[in-house]
Structure formats: C-alpha cells, structure tokens
Design a protein around this ligand. Sequence first.
Ligand code: BEZ
Length: 391
Amino acid sequence: MNHPRRITLALAACSALLAAGGALAQAAPAKLKVGLMLPYTGTFAALGTAIENGFRLHVAENGGKLAGREIEFVRVDDESDPAKASDNVNKLIKRDNVDVLVGTVHSGVAMAMAKVAKDTGTLLIVPNAGADAVTGPMCAPNIFRSSFSNWQPGYAMGEMVAKKGHKKVVTITWKYAAGDESVRGFKEGFEKSGGKVVKELSLPFPNVEFQALLTEIAASKPDAVYTFFAGGGAVKFVKDYAAAGLKKHIPLYGAGFLTDGTLEAQGLDADGLLTTLHYADSLDNPRDKAFRLAYAKTYKLQPDVYAVQGYDAAQMLGVGLAAVKGDIGKKAEFAEALRRARIDSPRGAFTLSKSHNPVQDIYLRQVTGKENKVVGVASKALPDPGRGCRI
Ligand code: BEZ
C-alpha cells in the first residue's frame, strides 16, 4: 500500500474511533439519583416495601433506566416519624445529592418533605401519603402525587354509606392528618347526603389499644362505623372489632387501606367488609393483569395498592424525564408533560388535577376470601378539590 493511502486509512480509522467514543459518551449520561424516603420499620413497614417494589419493577421493566438514564437508589427509613422528617429529607438533598425525592407513606412526614421540596425546588413524587395539604395549600410546580388525597376515599364512602340508608355513624381513627382528613372527607360526603356523624373517636398514632373505644362504640349504638387505619394497625383493629362482637351488629366501613395488604393477617375477621379505594384485586383490565403477573413473578407476593402507587410514581418520573430527554433541570417542561399526561396505571388510566393529584375512579370493594373484589365504582373520575392550591 502506498504512503498517502495508508495515511488516509489511518485518519479514517481515527475519526471512526472518535465518533464511536463520542457516541459512547452520549450513550452514558450520568445516573439519576432517586432518594427513596419510606418507612421500613414500624406499623407501615410493609407499605414502604411494597412501594419500593413497585417502583423498582417499572425501572427493571425498562432495563434499569428511565428515559435513557440509569437509576441509582438511595434509601432512608423515615420510621413514620414526623420529628425526624426534615433531617432525613435534608440529608438526602444535601449529603446524597439526590435528583428526585420519592416518599412517603405517613401524612405528617410527607408534609415535612413537601416543605423542604418546595423551599429547595427539588422534584418530589409522593407515592402514598394522602395529606390534603400536599396538593392543597402546599402545592407546588415540583410536587406530584401518584396516590390519592385523604379526602378522596373518605368522601366516596360518605356518599355510599348514606345511599345504604344509614343515618347515624360513629367514626374511629388515629389522631393525625390522615385520620382527621379521611374522617372529614367521609363526613362531607355523608352529611351532604342527609346522614349525621354523631361521635368522632380517635387515639394517637400508632397506638392499637382499641378496647375502651370499642366499648364506647357499642354503647353509642350507631347504624354504622367509618374508620381509617392502615398497615399493622388495620390488622389489629379489624380483629379486635370482630372479637368484641361488633361486626355482627354494627356494619364497619372504611377507606380501603383497612383491608389492603392486610388480608392474610386478618383472615375471616375481614370477610365481607366494604371499603372504598382507587385500586382493587379483581380489576378486569389487561394492564393490571400484566402488572400483577410481573409483580408476583418478581417478588413471590401479590401486589396491593401501595405497590401500584410505587409503580406509578416510577411511570410518572419516566413520563416527565422522557419529555425533557433526561434533563431533570428543565423543571417547567417536566411539569407541563405530567400535567398533560395520561398515566397508564394498573388501577385504570388517570390524569393529574391542576394541583397534581390523580383524578381517578374510586372503587367500592368487598372482601371475599383473600381479595378486595370490585363491587362497583363509588365515584367516577373523582378529583380532589385541591382547596387552597395556587400554582
Ligand atoms: C397517610 O398517612 O397518609 C396514610 C398512611 C397509610 C395509608 C394511607 C394513608
């Protein structure tokens, strides 16, 4: 081969190498750090794990990436303790430099997260906690929820219990934002339809000494009881309600957390209970069937509402990231994409309200064996009122 031809070939090889190098550099953008702030201990431990499982499942289905960016996780156990919440979230942002916050389960902890997210502009996706304020007065362009507001299942059940002809109801819950707001939603739906909440009972979170309150319910002789409990507390409440002999005489209704992810432990004591929620075990849609199959295969467990909310939090992050081609700094475009999105959830597709809360069907479910079976839709495409939100 003559000299100039060798040079030409060498130059061609160099530019091919350079081009390949450039392509490689482009193909591997920095990892996206997701800060999972969830309860891994305490009464909500199983809920935190299910959310993480759901989130990871969606990421795994996309080869470990969202919008081309590899996902790296940093985990914090928030212990469902509002007193530790600001420190925990600040550590994730300042020490661990997370790009996105995903959390949490407990409404009090979520409100502390929302405050820090709003002050720092960090993207926050709430995969459970229903604190009305998060998509109410605390709403912000960078805060989204993949779950529900406490008002939503409560309000739907209020209307439903009134339709069943009950007039006099006693409520019982934990005394914190989620319990208070669930009861407030119930009361709004029930009383506008002609019912009356005659007594509101509560105990501090996460106490489970229900006996004195159950005695008070028996003495009040209401037509029905409405309740908000979740996780380990819900298991104990359902069992204690039955053991006190109340289940046979005073119908118990609840926000669906009462019987979601808890049926193995509640056994026959939960059988027949009616609850309202944005998910159920017997939804007959292909999206849910595929999700349930993949979840069961991956984790050797049946999914619950918390797993769905985690999965959808990851879907929402994926939708926003895709719109900004992985550049999470483009906050306005990210938010706009989510505001326009239709999230293809196992619960049924949903959109987001102006305050960034899911607009979704609330199902009426009945416990049958080990399943929360759909009885019907209690409220179609129910938006949270988003009271006090100005975005
Ligand atoms: C809450 O604190 O918002 C909550 C906790 C568990 C289940 C549902 C809501």
